[in-house]
Design a protein around this ligand. Structure first.
Ligand code: ADP
Length: 308
């Protein structure tokens, strides 16, 4: 089994669009088999990176190697082992799920009727669409469409599966069902989940990177990143009107409404006193602390690792 493990290695990848936007600024990442979360706000460069990995656009600079394949130069080879679920995709609303999946299977090169029947059946069952296989896609819910997209992406057993912002439009129940489906995918393939939703990563991914303005601010294991923030996240529940004053005085990383009151999290290496209580950090604290640029230690660590 060990032999099947591959790594996706991204080295110094940059991309500037014609309008001058530097969407990727010297990105370097090593992505092993398993679920990998790429977390960042809108406009961070996630889709640009996903499209580049999916061979749909070229970087200006840098190398991308999947196992033995040079992703930038050997596009056909990559495509044979790639599954890509883009942020938005069109489906033929009048087609039935089973028929369309069968059609895509033909396009993927599974021309033998019997093996295609087997593959289509297995994928419809895996994505929990077997009972609705004879229904038209036009009547599918957002979650069903996304799961159908995964079924298509999984045709041909990809070694690299790229899923771009999959949970954005899903209701909570559909989101859980979708994440469960991803979590069942093989340990022997690389699954990259790009998202701006912290819980997607915390519930699912063993490794992750945080990207903002085209740069990687942090990468590693979510649990380690959380551990590094132990003792540094403090909480206080306040009236909303107090916020501006607190923001002047403390490193506020997040504010949330809870039953009409405001829960404030601040980053501080020492006890800030003043009614703040220490709380166990979570991945959201990691994300907001990193985005605010407060945990410089982690940023520096990550830079050093990449240089080595
Ligand atoms: P994300 O997926 O994280 O929201 P994107 O990769 O879509 O980020 O976008 C990164 C930046 O590049 C944004 O500023 C966006 O406006 C810009 N951008 C994306 N695609 C294009 C394009 N085709 N032409 C010009 N600018 C683009």
């Amino acid at each position: 089994m060990e032999n099947n493990q591959i790594t996706l290695s991204i080295r110094n990848v940059s991309k500037t669009y014609a309008n001058g936007v530097k969407a990727l600024n010297n990105i370097s990442l090593d992505i092993p088999s398993g679920m990998y979360g790429l977390l960042g706000p809108n406009g961070a460069g996630k889709s640009t990176l996903m499209r580049t990995l999916a061979t749909l656009q070229d970087p200006d600079e840098g190398d991308i190697i999947l196992g033995e394949i040079n992703v930038v130069k050997q596009k056909e080879e990559v495509r044979q082992t790639l599954g890509y679920l883009p942020q938005e995709f069109g489906l033929y609303p009048k087609a039935k799920a089973e028929d369309l999946l069968d059609y895509f299977a033909v396009l993927k090169g599974i021309t033998n009727w019997a093996s295609r029947k087997e593959v289509v059946e297995a994928l419809l069952k895996q994505t929990n669409l077997w009972d609705v296989r004879r229904q038209k896609l036009g009547g599918f819910s957002g979650g069903m469409k996304q799961r159908f997209g995964v079924a298509v992406a999984l045709l041909g057993n990809p070694k690299l599966l790229i899923v771009d912002e999959p949970t954005a439009g899903l209701d909570p129940a559909e989101r859980v069902r979708f994440l469960n489906l991803l979590s069942e995918l093989g340990e022997n393939s690389i699954v990259i989940l790009s998202t701006h939703i912290v819980e997607d990563v915390s519930e699912l991914c063993t490794r992750m990177a945080i990207i903002s303005k085209g740069q990687i601010l942090q990468q590693g294991e979510p649990l380690n990143a959380i551990e590094e923030l132990q003792g540094m996240i403090w909480r206080r529940i306040v009236e909303k009107s107090m916020l501006p004053a607190l923001e002047q005085e403390y490193k506020v990383i997040s504010t949330k409404l809870l039953s009409g009151r405001t829960v404030v999290h601040v980053y501080s290496e020492e006890n800030p006193g003043n009614g703040f209580e220490l709380v166990p950090p979570d991945l959201e604290d990691v994300y907001f602390t990193t985005m605010a640029g407060y945990n410089q230690k982690q940023v520096m660590l990550q830079e050093r690792e990449v240089q080595l």
